[in-house]
Write a protein that binds this ligand. Sequence first.
Ligand SMILES: Cc1ncc(COP(=O)(O)O)c(C=O)c1O
Length: 390
Amino acid sequence: MPNTVNSKTARTQQNNLPLTKLPYFDIKRQHDPLLGGTLEAFEKVYSSGAYILGPALKEFERKFAGYLGVPYAAGVASGTDALIFGLKAAGIKKGDEVVMPSFTFTATALAALHLGAVPVFADVDARSFTLDPKSVRKAISKKTKAMIPVHLFGQTADMDVLMEIAKSGKLKVVEDACQAHGATWKGKKAGAFGDAGAFSFYPTKNLGGIGDGGMLTTSNEPLYRRVLQYRNLGKGIVDPLVHDEIGWTSRLDSVQAAFLSIKLDHLDEMNDERRKLAGLFAQKLQKSPLVLPSEVPGALHVYHIYVVRVPGGKRDALKEFLAQEGVPSMIHYATPVHAQPIMKKYKTRRVPLPVTQALAGEVLTLPFFPGMTEAEVETVSQAVLKFFKR
Ligand SMILES: Cc1ncc(COP(=O)(O)O)c(C=O)c1O
């Protein structure tokens, strides 16, 4: 992996030569060092002719399950499909309520809607941005059958309390770990707690592929076997000529699996680098009025993205100022899921969401990615500090 401090870009700035435009995200810095091994692996897949459900997928599933510490992993076409299959295989059906945060990516709720289930939106904790157990308790009704804790921005939800609530309410738990590859709660990996875990391999993720992809993880063998059918048109596992389920065409293909196998070997290293970069930002921005990300005791944060809170109603002004200074930024998420137009067409329910509403007006995502240089962190931080000094 590229070394953050000694990279070419940092030296360029030290020599007072102009910096190339500061990127929000640069996938090539992660992938270029893997190119040799990737091309070899692609050649192997190409020659094998086994492009769908071949040995490359089996090998990656074995490695990913081992990395997480669960017995089963099923490669699918996307994180959204992993969520849908997890809920469906756990028995969630039309009319069942599924408690989830509103402060998440819309796909979390789409998964429930695809099954005719009803998303019930609960609030998040102001420090971790993950499900607030007190709000979850308020959200549960007689119709509630499942919960989706989302391990948002790379930090796990409080899985001790949430699993306890699920147990006492007999709720199924499908973890949305799409932003949390390698994150842990008290040493156990995100995606290894619930009835199922759902991961996305969208290119920007901590373990991102070179296209779309996803993975469902579980410790429940019958659930795993149902997912194998869902992803493969409902074909029987013993006899593929027997279709006894309504399935999808949603398999992770061999080329993605081969690439992700190679990248998985570097995931911890890249997550360490993310943690170091977050530490650098924390040092450089400590005197700014921004509320920086907090690491909740018990959670190992893997910083999928670096999200700060901008107090005093200045978020949009700071975003605009940064753009003028050549620093791109984004907002995750300006519109909470309950307020997305699509939700008006479907039955949903929610409890009061004061933290979610406040976050939507305050959060700002700074440029952040493995391979980012210290000079780039400095440039971003200086621009932020300049805004507040004006
Ligand atoms: C929290 C969350 N859930 C679900 C998804 C859906 O994953 P995918 O885009 O692979 O369908 C994503 C990412 O896009 C996500 O960030």
